[in-house]
Design a protein. Sequence first.
Length: 209
Amino acid sequence: MVEMNDISQALIKGNAQKVKELVQAKLDEGENPGNIIKEGLIAGMSVIGEKFKNNEVYVPEVLIAARAMHAGMDILKPFLSEGDIQPIGTVIIGTVKGDLHDIGKNLVAMMMEGAGFKVINLGVDISPEKFVEAVKEHNPDFVALSALLTTTMTAMKATIDALDAEGLRDKVKILVGGAPVTQKYADEIGADGYAPDAASAVEVAQSLL
């Protein structure tokens, strides 16, 4: 008999192979795939998120844990019926125009996925127009903007202005983050939330849901 906690612990250790085996065993026991995701995979990722925030683990461990989570998800996906696992919200994320940094953004995307959000990762150097198109297409709850250079931070405001011009600003919550970004700057450009790190980004999004 596989315990959900076994799955979480294997994920926390970043043992993708073990996660796969345990998830498969739990499925064979007849467990609902949605429960395995919530109580096994997401539970494990939330521990990692907490540890990351407290500097008990670092970026490499988070990436390895996320890989283990995806290994588990790959096994479960074919068994999920539409109603099995409803995302708690949809997030469009991207690094703003002129900026090519993606490690922090990808970390936030993984943490968001790990917390049960559906994440659409647009990549780097994303123009305001592309963000607008993505919002029209996916109708998300959140748009998360990342910038790692002081020179590209202005593209965050340009993106918010573009969404405003298209009448979409009120339909989404805007989250901003990245090394040079501050709460003060987030307030100045009219963002809904600011997070200093990936784990906090998840908490901010959950609090705004």
